[in-house]
Write a protein that binds this ligand. Structure first.
Ligand SMILES: Nc1ncnc2c1ncn2[C@@H]1O[C@H](COP(=O)(O)OP(=O)(O)O)[C@@H](O)[C@H]1O
Ligand SMILES: Cc1ncsc1CCOP(=O)(O)O
Length: 306
C-alpha cells in the first residue's frame, strides 16, 4: 500500500473534476491533502483543453444537469484519446431516469478505468448493464427532469422511493448493505460487473470491495461516522483518480490503496474527534488524509484478497 500513496505525493497528479456543487470544495481539498492537485471545470467550451493538461479525470453525477452532459462526454473522450485515467462516480444514479440514461450513455462513449459508488449506486449500474436485477437509488437536484422524477416518487416521510424500487438517493439503501453473510454473492456480482464493463469496480460502505474482475480486495477499514457527513464518497473518488494516475502500472492495487487510505483516515478521524459531532468529524477526516504517509497507511490497511 505504502508505495501507491508515496507515488501520489511524489507525482502530484493534476486531476480534472466535473463534479457536484455540494462537495466540490471537499473534493478539491482532499486532493491537495493526499498530494495531488485539483481543478474543477465543467464548461463545455474548455473541458477538452483543461483535461489535456491533467493526468486524470473524475466524472461525478451528483448534481447532474443538461449542460454538464456534453462537457463530460467531451472531457471523457479527450482523456481516453490521451490515455489519461478516467473515473466515474455515479452519485444517486438510481434516483431518476435522467441520471440512469446519462450513466448508460457515458458508459457507451467513455472508457472508464474505475467506477466507484456505494452498493445501491453500483447495483443500479449493474441492472442497467444486465448483470443484476433492477434496483433503486435521495438527493440534492439541479435539473428539472430530476426534480419531477424525484418528487413524484417521494412518500409522506420524504423518503425517496426511486424509480426501480426503494432507495436512499445519494446514500446506500440499508437493504443493499454488504455484510459478512452476503459477501460471497457481492464479490461475485462485483466481478461480473467489472468484467462486463472492463473496468475496476469499487463498492464502498462498511465493507469495501475493489475488483478488476479477477481478484477482489475486501477492505474492512472505515468508520460509520463517514456515512453521517456528505462527501466521503465523492472525496474518495477524487483520491482514487489521483492514485490511478500516479500508479498506471498497478491500477487494481492502487485503487485498493486509495480505498484503504480513505477508510483508515475515517478511523483516525473518529479517534481524534471523539464525540464532538459531525462538523468536527468532517474536518478531522481531511486532517487525517493530509497527515497520512506510506508507513501509517501500511500499518492501518486491513484487507484480504479473494
Ligand atoms: N458504515 C460504515 N462503516 C465504515 N466505513 C464506512 C461506512 N459507511 C461508509 N464508509 C466509508 O465511507 C467512505 C465513503 O463510502 P460511501 O458512504 O459508501 O460512499 P457514498 O458517499 O458515495 O455513499 C468509504 O471509505 C467507506 O469505506
Ligand atoms: C447530497 C448530495 N446531493 C447531490 S450530490 C450530493 C453529495 C453526495 O456526496 P457523497 O456521495 O460523497 O455522500
Amino acid at each position: 500500500m505504502k508505495e501507491y500513496l508515496e507515488n501520489v505525493r511524489c507525482v502530484a497528479p493534476l486531476i480534472h473534476n466535473i463534479t457536484n456543487y455540494v462537495t466540490a470544495n471537499d473534493v478539491a481539498n482532499v486532493l491537495l491533502a493526499c498530494g495531488a492537485s485539483p481543478i474543477m471545470a465543467d464548461e463545455e467550451a474548455e473541458v477538452e483543453e483543461i483535461t489535456a493538461h491533467c493526468m486524470g479525470l473524475n466524472l461525478n453525477l451528483g448534481t447532474l444537469n443538461q449542460k454538464k452532459i456534453p462537457a463530460m462526454q467531451k472531457a471523457g473522450k479527450m482523456a481516453n484519446k490521451l490515455g489519461h485515467v478516467v473515473v466515474l462516480d455515479p452519485v444517486g444514479v438510481g434516483a431518476s431516469s435522467f441520471r440512469k440514461q446519462t450513466a448508460e450513455q457515458l458508459l457507451k462513449e467513455v472508457r472508464f478505468d474505475a467506477i466507484r459508488g456505494n452498493i445501491s449506486e453500483i447495483k443500479t449500474l449493474a441492472s442497467l448493464c444486465g448483470t443484476q436485477e433492477k434496483n433503486s437509488g435521495n438527493m440534492a437536484v439541479s435539473d428539472t427532469m430530476d426534480v419531477e422524477k424525484i418528487t413524484d416518487k417521494s412518500d409522506h416521510c420524504g423518503k425517496i422511493t426511486g424509480i426501480d424500487g426503494s432507495g436512499r438517493g445519494v446514500d446506500a439503501d440499508n437493504a443493499d448493505t454488504v455484510t459478512e453473510e452476503n459477501l460471497a454473492q457481492h464479490i461475485s456480482n462485483a466481478k461480473m460487473l467489472s468484467k462486463k464493463l472492463q473496468t475496476i469496480v469499487a463498492i464502498t460502505g462498511a465493507i469495501d470491495l475493489v475488483t478488476d474482475g479477477s481478484s477482489c480486495y475486501v477492505i474492512r477499514n472505515g468508520n460509520p461516522q463517514m456515512g453521517h457527513v456528505t462527501g466521503a464518497g465523492c472525496q474518495l473518488s477524487g483520491i482514487l483518480t489521483a492514485f490511478l494516475a500516479a500508479n498506471p502500472e498497478n491500477k487494481l492495487q492502487a485503487a485498493a490503496a486509495a480505498v484503504c487510505m480513505m477508510g483508515y483516515a475515517g478511523e483516525l478521524a473518529a479517534e481524534k474527534s471523539g464525540q464532538s459531532g459531525s462538523g468536527t468529524y468532517r474536518v478531522s477526516l481531511m486532517d487525517a488524509v493530509s497527515c497520512m504517509d506510506g508507513d501509517i497507511l501500511e500499518r492501518g490497511a486491513r484487507y484480504e484478497i479473494r
